[in-house]
Design a protein. Structure first.
Length: 225
């Protein structure tokens, strides 16, 4: 789901200016985490986005968590960070292999203060791929057996054996899915159920993709769903 014009233009400008003071880091680290680096006095734009906008409530409702759920809020804050991603053509990036994060609903969000085009290597998602069709269930079943018996295709990379299954183009075709680039206008919030098939797109030119990124995962899927 895309929420365009998510913040006021003034708030968006403030967030972008503050993001650009952070180092270029792809994953959450002490120097780019929200909990360690965002405060009302020093980063008012980021503070408003995380603590005062309806960002958490949108994400919580989307993944069937109560907005008063302290554990859900804690997970949201613990996983949120300033992501400054260097995406260049031809980069050997394991996130560019199509994958599912986990077998049960997991929400991730990205707030993009700037436009993301095809040239920048946008987020790619196979629409409706959270549906548990017969073909999807067969893929998970077959690959889980191969992982346990260590007969899985090592070209899928290490994330596959860790439970974040990688789907190659032929796998997607058999399951009836294709990836769609999720390009966005500046000031857009994107949320996705990353149990569906997705990956980072290939950039056509060297790009730095600025975002605020985080997640809420269902910790008891068999009870909730």
């Amino acid at each position: 789901v895309k929420y365009e014009n998510y913040l006021t233009q003034e708030q968006r400008n403030s967030v972008l200016k503050e993001i650009e003071t952070f180092p270029i880091i792809e994953n959450i680290q002490p120097q780019n985490s929200i909990l360690n680096n965002v405060a009302r006095n020093n980063t008012p734009g980021l503070y408003h986005l995380i603590y005062e906008s309806d960002l958490f409530s949108i994400c919580a409702r989307a993944v069937h968590r109560r907005i008063m759920d302290a554990k859900a809020k804690d997970h949201f804050l613990q996983t949120s960070y300033i992501q400054r991603l260097q995406n260049n053509p031809g980069m050997n990036d394991i996130q560019k292999v199509c994958h599912s994060d986990v077998f049960f609903p997991c929400l991730k969000y990205w707030y993009f203060p700037e436009t993301v085009t095809i040239e920048n290597g946008p987020f790619n998602y196979a629409l409706n791929s959270v549906q548990l069709t017969q073909e999807v269930l067969e893929f998970w079943h077959e690959e889980s057996i191969k992982i346990v018996t260590d007969t899985w295709d090592k070209n899928r990379n290490k994330g596959h054996a860790e439970g974040s299954l990688r789907a190659l183009p032929d796998d997607l075709k058999r399951m009836g899915y294709e990836l769609t680039p999720i390009t966005v206008k500046q000031n857009t919030l994107v949320i996705a159920n990353t149990s569906g098939w997705h990956c980072r797109g290939d950039a056509k030119k060297p790009s730095i993709r600025n975002a605020v990124h985080g997640a809420i995962r269902v910790e008891t899927p068999f009870e909730v769903y």
